[in-house]
Design a protein around this ligand. Structure first.
Ligand code: FAD
Ligand code: NAP
Length: 590
């Protein structure tokens, strides 16, 4: 008997030969109705196809195992056309519908430089391109950072790594350490009164770490045989892009399929002085000097997180709010997070919008004069700051990538791309993932999951789709806010006030008691659907380590957790998360 590996290798070679020597090959089972559908399709198309009935051959089970190894697909039918793995019944019928099956039959696929070109090497693009290459495809990923008006630029990896989650969380951690140091004294630590923070040291350490991540991504792409090109991509034909590198050199590439993963960039205000004198989050994390007295304009994630950590570093911070805090989030929670910031020294200028920014003095930082007007009256106010950070939302990078040459539809109001539940645009060979999607979460793990699953569906025979429901998230404000599922407002809108029950409690983390701070400022809230067995439809937590706490409850909600099941869960004492196993006060009880 040959050694197991030799036997396996022989079988692999035999299967590969079948794939290479038949224009169409269907691995099938004679009794399977889906296989019959696919075989009928090829009959209808009058295309000759080789059929291997795995239930009728001696080592059919081994074939099936090997096909799983080669394609990630165990089920039958398993279809290959012109050496390309198409997938199962659904995929084959879909390929017939979108025209790609005919292209494969015509041998058009071989005319392209790549099986897949991914535009954008951020969270989604990298995940998708690496997975597609894992599945044996010839893949290119293009990533290019257009410098900010201040000239800031960065390496491979997209927003999260360079100007988003990673530097943000590290700087939030820097601020948390200041609180920890204050607490430490109450626990008996004795140290010099003159504790100072050095912006440059923090900035350099954070950016060195980012540099190591940039390098790691390049190595990972090389290891996986993904061709990475540092150039700006733009469609010139539906299957062809122009790539322009930073020296202006143009190169052209074609592919059978494309994934758009170009992400978003900060929006400016369109008022005098904004681009000249203000910075955005794209500049903040690598700012070479301490920003000093700072005005943050905007009141969402980016604004509150950045304002929060800057204040935590000891800076004088004001947040200018146009309307409400954290639009889209549970407003009860958003206001509690805001109140905590206010109690810890962050100033809020509510119901104002800036109208003009002027430079009073150049420098690092300089001095800026901000003029703003009330949204409720004619009142005009002025203020002086060292730095103005604009955080008023982000625009999808879809307007300069030649989508008009492809016919891909874009929502003209916000530049977002509508896709079906398989991330496919209206043009069948072009897909989109991540922040540029219309109506989806703008979060790194969402972009990664969508990218990975898309590659598996395109090239691995998978049918698993990205589930955008009950995505847990955390806002890293000084008192962190984690949530999953519906806000109270949304739950009332969807189910009606009478059909939901809200369980809630304030709490005081044990760690805060000895330092004597933030007594009863933390808060837990569960929103349950009375019509569905008191199933938890909204989870909200304001307190330390919100991301760590929320992640597990996100998993519980994915499993359909009910209030009764949480009540039956024994808590871990003494923790903050245990509050969710003992909640018994309802809002309706008054
Ligand atoms: P990106 O990561 O933005 O990648 C797109 C890439 O494509 C970029 O490198 C871009 O330069 C490149 N590109 C664009 N156009 C072209 C072109 N034509 N040719 C070549 N390359 C191009 N999410 C979380 O989950 N947790 C957090 O804590 C968190 N914090 C954040 C903090 C801040 C300050 C910001 C701004 C965002 C934060 N996010 C966070 C959101 C997260 O960063 C994004 O959801 C995520 O990066 C989106 O991934 P993406 O692949 O869609 O796009
Ligand atoms: P955003 O959610 O779109 O919020 C924009 C904010 O700017 C709102 O407060 C808005 O106020 C305000 N605004 C808009 N135009 C304004 C104007 N002309 N003048 C004054 N204020 C104005 O934007 P974002 O904070 O940049 O976040 C973008 C996305 O990144 C988020 O959706 C999120 O998914 C992701 N993100 C995630 C994390 C995390 O996971 N922790 C962190 C950061 C970002 P109104 O309410 O009045 O419109």
């Amino acid at each position: 008997m040959p050694p197991i590996d030799t036997g396996k290798n022989e079988l692999k070679t035999r299967i590969q030969e079948l794939i290479d020597t038949n224009q169409v090959i269907v691995f099938s089972k004679s009794y399977c109705p889906y296989c019959v559908k696919v075989k009928d399709l090829f009959k209808e198309l009058k295309v000759e196809c080789k059929v291997v009935e795995l239930d009728l051959i001696e080592d059919g089970t081994n074939y099936q195992e090997m096909l799983l190894e080669m394609t990630g697909q165990k089920t039958v039918p398993n279809v290959f056309i012109s050496k390309t793995h198409v997938g199962g019944c659904d995929k084959t019928l879909q390929a017939h519908k979108d025209g790609s099956l005919q292209q494969l039959l015509n041998g058009e696929n071989e005319a392209y430089d790549y099986d897949l070109i991914v535009i954008g090497g951020g969270s989604g693009g990298l995940a998708c391109s690496k997975e597609a290459a894992n599945l044996g495809k010839k893949v290119m990923v293009l990533d290019y950072v257009v410098p900010t008006p201040k000239g800031t630029t960065w390496g491979l990896g997209g927003t999260c790594v360079n100007v988003g989650c990673i530097p943000k969380k590290l700087m939030h951690q820097t601020a948390m350490l200041a609180t920890a140091m204050q607490d430490a004294r109450k626990f008996g630590w004795e140290f010099d009164e003159t504790v100072k923070h050095n912006w440059e040291t923090m900035k350099t350490a954070v950016n060195n770490y980012i540099g190591s991540l940039n390098w790691g991504y390049r190595v990972a792409l090389r290891d996986k045989n993904v061709n990475y090109v540092n150039a700006y991509a733009e469609f010139i034909e539906p299957h062809k892009i122009k790539a322009t590198n930073k020296r202006g050199k143009e190169t052209f590439y074609t592919a059978a399929k494309f994934v758009l993963a170009t992400g978003e960039r900060p929006r400016y205000l369109g008022i005098p002085g904004d681009k000249e004198y203000c910075i955005t989050s794209d500049d903040l994390f690598s700012l070479p000097y301490c920003p000093g007295k700072t005005l943050v304009i905007g009141a969402s994630y980016v604004a509150l997180e950045c304002g929060g950590f800057l204040a935590g570093l000891g800076l004088d911070v004001t947040v200018m709010v146009r309307s409400i805090l954290l639009r889209g989030f549970d407003q009860d929670m958003a206001n509690r997070a805001g109140e905590h910031m206010e109690e810890h020294g962050v100033k809020f200028l509510r119901k104002y919008v800036p109208t003009k920014i002027e430079e009073l003095e150049a420098g690092t930082p300089g001095r800026l004069k901000v003029t703003a007007k009330s949204t409720e009256s004619d009142e005009v106010i002025e203020g002086e700051y060292n730095t103005v950070l604009i955080a008023v939302g982000r625009d999808a990078c879809t307007d300069k990538i030649g989508l008009d040459k492809t016919g891909v539809k874009v929502n003209p109001k916000n530049g977002k791309i509508p896709v079906n539940d398989e991330e496919q645009t209206n043009v069948p060979h072009i897909y989109a993932i991540g922040d540029i999607l219309e109506g989806k979460w703008e979060l790194t793990p969402v972009a990664i999951q969508a990218g990975k699953l898309l590659a598996r569906r395109l090239y691995g025979g998978s049918t698993v789709k990205c589930d955008y429901i009950n995505v847990p998230t955390t806002v890293f404000t000084p008192l962190e806010y984690g949530s999953c599922g519906l806000s109270e407002e949304k739950a009332i809108e969807l189910y009606g006030q009478d059909n939901i029950e809200v369980y809630h409690s304030l709490f005081w983390p044990l760690e805060f008691t000895v330092p004597g701070r933030d007594n009863n400022r933390c808060y837990g809230k569960l929103i349950c659907n009375r019509l569905d067995n008191d199933r938890v439809i909204g989870f909200h937590y304001l307190g330390p380590n919100a991301g760590e706490v929320t992640q597990g409850f996100g998993a519980a909600m994915k499993c359909g957790a009910t209030k009764e099941q949480l009540d039956g869960t024994i808590g871990i004492h003494p923790t903050c998360a245990e509050i969710f196993t003992t909640l018994d006060v309802t809002k309706s009880s008054g």
